[in-house]
Design a protein around this ligand. Structure first.
Ligand SMILES: Nc1ncnc2c1ncn2[C@@H]1O[C@H](COP(=O)(O)OP(=O)(O)OP(=O)(O)O)[C@@H](O)[C@H]1O
Length: 341
């Protein structure tokens, strides 16, 4: 069945078209005269209402990948591939179209709300602005909606005319979530939305985000180092290593029965929320990720892998199917190597 529904940024979508389709995405920085590939051939799709967590250690390319989807990456980075948002390639579309998609089609919750919020404007004004701009409503109507939104994230009406510095870190992140929801987008990209907050506040904020999107079928792409937080808020999980996705699948399955040795090491390094017994020291991985500037042959993880085979150092790696809805870039996940058929 194909049901046409008007998209928030003025396009139509069909249930058969993915909301977001990322194809062979590459992002390369230029540093000291050298090309530094930060994202190296990423593919995934998101349907309306999907929640996808992106995990991986620092420097693996999570933020670069996420920000480049809306062309928010640092100037000077080269982005190649396709980012189809409701079928429209955001990497090549006109700036005017891209501006229409930002906020109303897809919005971003950045890490560190203090730097993302304007310090000299009230939080109410900062939410009113995108609503007036994109939904073309009167300021009074936008203020009503913004106040309601702030209330729904736990900021009472009497505080909405406060400035960012008058709020705690957790409250500022809540303001950012209200802001991201303001124009009723179809996709929210949350880049480390809870970094620097204490663990209890982190869990509350992620739960708030999950609740806000659950009923409205907003898709969410959530980036963090912390696998246990992702497991609770995202249906699917993509694990990145050295600029590539090395494992993708339903979160619980990926964490409980990882197919890639890197995911296994990562999942051992994090405690499970609500399970104090699992709060042990990170297992730690020997060695470091490969330098981004090196040219690689074989598997990028081979030098750190406890299960390395000779073929891992010479063969071409790709995301192979590894069971229903799952894929992994590990030859050991292939059925003839003992992986899940
Ligand atoms: N503006 C930039 N110029 C040059 N290189 C950059 C720039 N931003 C990021 N990089 C490099 O790109 C790679 C990926 O960085 P990125 O910040 O995307 O990783 P990440 O997984 O999001 O890390 P973190 O979790 O620490 O935020 C790293 O090697 C980083 O040093």
């Amino acid at each position: 069945m194909t049901t046409e529904a008007p998209g928030a940024a003025g396009k139509t979508t069909t249930e058969d078209t993915p909301l977001l389709e990322v194809r062979d995405l590459h992002v390369t920085y230029r540093q000291g005269g050298n090309d530094v590939p930060a994202v190296r051939g990423v593919d995934f799709t998101l349907a309306p209402g999907d929640t996808l967590g992106i995990a991986g250690e620092s420097g693996c390319g999570k933020s670069t990948m996420a920000l480049s989807l809306l062309r928010l990456q640092d100037r000077g980075a080269r982005v190649e591939g396709e980012v189809l948002f409701r079928g429209e390639n955001l990497l090549t579309t006109a700036w005017s179209r891209l501006r229409a998609v930002r906020w109303a089609g897809a919005s971003v919750v950045f890490q560190g709300a203090m730097s993302a919020l304007n310090p000299v404007r009230t939080v109410l004004d900062q939410i009113v602005e995108p609503i007036v701009l994109h939904d073309k409503v009167r300021v009074s109507e936008a203020e009503r909606r913004a106040t309601e939104l702030l209330d729904s994230v736990g900021i009472p009406a009497r505080r909405v005319r406060g400035y960012p510095h008058e709020f705690s870190g957790g409250q500022r992140q809540r303001v950012m979530i209200a802001m991201a929801l303001a124009c009723r987008p179809d996709l929210i990209i949350a880049d480390e939305p809870t970094t620097a907050l204490d663990v209890m506040v982190q869990a509350q904020i992620l739960e708030l985000l999950a609740e806000s999107v659950r009923e409205s079928r907003i898709a969410v792409m959530m980036i963090t180092h912390d696998l246990s937080l992702l497991a609770h808020t995202c249906d699917r999980l993509a694990v990145m290593y050295a600029g590539r996705i090395v494992e993708l699948g339903p979160s619980r399955q990926v964490l409980q029965a990882p197919e890639h040795p890197y995911t296994r090491a990562l999942s051992r390094a994090f405690p499970t929320i609500g399970d104090p017994a699992s709060r042990r020291a990170p297992a730690g991985l020997a060695g470091d990720p490969p330098r981004p500037s090196r040219t690689s042959v074989g598997c990028d993880f081979a030098d750190r892998c406890p299960d390395v085979l000779p073929v891992c150092r010479t063969g071409e790696m790709q995301l192979w199917p590894a069971g229903p809805g799952r894929s992994a870039a590990c030859v050991r996940a292939l059925p003839d190597q003992g992986g899940t058929p």
